[in-house]
Design a binder for this molecule. Structure first.
Ligand code: 13P
Ligand code: SF4
Length: 369
């Protein structure tokens, strides 16, 4: 379901939940968790709200949550507090007798919506015509299961923000060129870190079905084909934000997620996955000052958890990731009540024919991290 379609979905919550106080909802969640015991497992992504994350059995970045879900063999129900592609990954990696649930189906990812399988098949046909068998498809996990399956079928793999460089090195050991999708920024930032010049990267526009810019010579020399996709949250961090902070405090350190643009990542002091952002702050000395370029729930949690360090959002007018925030306490409670009453809802099911190849792509990543 695309992001646009998800917003058209009605709110599923019954009146008896909406009329409860936050405290009463939390009490009910605790009671159902206790009742279901080891039959229930709740993974929570770092961007989730505090009202949800307090009930997570494990928290992590995308890579950790995929690994944790794969290892949660005992759980009959995995209630995934994150976005749709993460729940699909969990379903791909768990066995047939396990059920993965997304508390609100409207929790999509605008970046994952920027690549659909029909566009990828068209692009691949064109790229094969230009480059022959010299290219390998690599997808960021922020993509549909169908895209992951395509990569698995064509010898490629998935990557996350915490292993993109390792996986790109692996990819270049297989083929001369990489088609990287759907996030052009993670692709460009990672390739640049590996020393690949920007002139050896071209952008593929999936809507127009053609390369953007790049003359014949650049296409010939090209090593990275970057799908024209991005994160609508991380694109809001700008070079001007960095300049403004450095003007206010020359000692400030800029810490950003690699979904930010190349200009922003190049100007920052450190970039990395949500887990790396947390680790960096955890290890930072008291009194140090940080401007962080990532989702607001995580930045606000770091502010609360590390009061002896000065933490600000890189963009003071930042919006949260609206889809991540679809998962809230009422939806979590509702999904748990549905399980407890024997009528689980919002089940995420990746069709078997897609699952097999998607799993191949994810397992190739697991082998190399
Ligand atoms: P991480 O893998 O760093 O948690 O990132 C996931 C994501 O969607 C960031 O926007
Ligand atoms: Fe998707 Fe961006 Fe939200 Fe991450 S922050 S889930 S990439 S829209």
């Amino acid at each position: 379901m695309s992001l646009l379609e998800t917003f058209k979905q009605p709110n599923q919550l019954p009146d008896h939940i909406m009329s409860l106080s936050e405290e009463a909802m939390a009490k009910r969640v605790r009671a159902i968790k206790q009742q279901l015991g080891a039959r229930l497992f709740i993974p929570g992504h770092h961007y989730q709200k505090d009202e949800v994350i307090q009930f997570a059995d494990a928290t992590g970045d995308s890579l950790q949550l995929a690994q944790i879900s794969a290892a949660a063999k005992e759980a009959e129900y995995i209630v995934f507090c994150g976005v749709h592609f993460m729940a699909e990954t969990a379903d791909t990696l768990t066995s047939a007798n396990q059920t993965v649930i997304l508390p609100d189906m409207r929790a999509g990812c605008s970046m994952a919506d920027m690549a659909n399988i029909r566009q990828l098949e068209q692009a691949w046909e064109r790229l094969q015509a230009v480059y022959g068998d010299t290219i390998i498809p690599i997808t960021y996990v922020n993509s549909t299961a169908a895209i992951k399956a395509f990569c698995g079928r064509h010898g490629g793999a998935t990557v996350t923000s915490s292993n993109a460089e390792k996986m790109l090195r692996w990819a270049f050991a297989q083929k001369e060129r990489v088609l990287f999708l759907p996030d052009q920024h993670l692709g460009r930032n990672t390739a640049a870190d590996m020393g690949i010049p920007l002139e050896q990267m071209v952008v593929w526009n999936p809507i127009a079905g053609r390369f953007e810019g790049g003359g014949a010579e650049q296409l010939e020399a090209c090593k990275m084909i970057l799908w024209k996709g991005h994160c609508s949250v991380h694109e809001k961090f700008t070079v001007d934000n960095i300049r403004d902070w450095r003007e206010k405090d020359p000692n400030i350190q800029i810490l950003v997620h690699p979904e930010c643009s190349h200009e922003v990542v190049s100007m920052s002091d450190i970039s990395g996955s949500t887990q790396k952002i947390i680790k960096t702050i955890d290890e930072a000395p008291d009194g140090s000052h940080w401007a962080i370029g990532t989702e607001m729930n995580l930045v606000n949690r770091l502010k609360q958890d590390y009061p002896t360090k000065q933490i600000d959002s890189l963009n003071p007018h930042m919006c949260p990731c609206l889809t991540m925030n679809r998962i809230d306490l009422p939806h979590l409670l509702w999904s748990l009540e549905q399980i407890a009453s024997g009528t689980p809802a919002n089940i995420i099911t990746v069709p078997d024919e897609i699952k097999k190849d998607a799993k191949l792509a994810i397992e190739r990543m697991f082998e190399h991290v």
